[in-house]
Design a protein. Sequence first.
Length: 95
Amino acid sequence: MMRLSQIAAALDAQLIGADVTFNSVNTDSRKIVAGDLFIALRGEKFDGAEYVLSSLKMGALAAIVNQHSYAALRADSGGGAGGEAIAGGDGNDTI
């Protein structure tokens, strides 16, 4: 088990929300189990941030997404995306 603040410190990023403890890490939103930290990977043709809301509904406690995707996610959800986040100053990492 690990706390989000530990990940934020390692990434030199800003924790947004509560400093929750997560059980494991998952990059596949289809395989999320309660207590996971979802890492929303982003590539040239996909953005895992599109699956943050569904992973939270499946029981993820928090998600790591890039800062720009996080802003879009908050806007699309009316500011109530739920879960916890960490925002990286360089725009690459948001939990």
